[in-house]
Write a protein that binds this ligand. Sequence first.
Ligand SMILES: Nc1ncnc2c1ncn2[C@@H]1O[C@H](COP(=O)(O)OP(=O)(O)OP(=O)(O)O)[C@@H](O)[C@H]1O
Length: 245
Amino acid sequence: MIKFENVSVLYPGAAEPALKNLSIHFNQGEFVCVLGKSGAGKSTFIRCINGLQPVSEGTVKWNDKSLSEMTPKENLEIRRKTGMIFQHFNLIPRMSVVQNILTGLFGYKKSYENLLGLFNSNERMSALEAIDQVELTVEPTRRVENLSGGQKQRVAIARALIQNPNVFLGDEPVASLDPGTAERIFHLLKETHIKRNLVSIINVHDVGLAKKFATRIIALKKGRLIFDGAPEKFDEKLYAETYNQ
Ligand SMILES: Nc1ncnc2c1ncn2[C@@H]1O[C@H](COP(=O)(O)OP(=O)(O)OP(=O)(O)O)[C@@H](O)[C@H]1O
């Protein structure tokens, strides 16, 4: 469904590419964890998937169509269908839980409606349903700045769900959370992934979480793919190779 063909990314002024000649593909239903030390290229890789980061060489394809050959409307559709979850949640602190979730619909609305915050009753109902799905037990009208990290990430997941995504991309979504909360958030991601038969591709520092939840692990080192396989095959030797100099 998503395919990278010989993808490289060279940032302006950088001596080395952040991604080097990466070829890989992902199918519906896969829950992929991406491992690699800081600077290995994990965020760059995640952002290339839906075109947030343009590639310098090679092609990223969705259903055999290259992102670079898509019309702006097709590109917008790809973004709409991608739910993104970030380490720092990317919520609007002074806005309420429900307002933050509704921002997930921005890709579906006309810009003046976004500016005026116009959402109809069906859309508000979908936001409340999303709150239920992520098992968030706070008042929907509460400002998100007052929530815990785990609650904020549930709001961010609800915001992604309201987009009705077929792909979940996570850039270190549990890196700011304590281990128990991180595991509960991964559990929620996996459960949602299974219910909706998504493709989920998630960067994570915690190898234990990757091994517990992933159906497939990939490891990057200095922008190159050094492992792609079943979680149980990611052994101590590969761990050392991934995280050592
Ligand atoms: N906007 C940018 N401009 C220039 N260089 C960048 C930019 N973003 C990332 N890089 C560089 O590209 C390389 C890969 O960075 P990237 O953020 O993709 O790695 P990462 O594995 O996600 O790291 P981390 O775990 O620290 O977030 C690094 O050397 C980084 O310094």
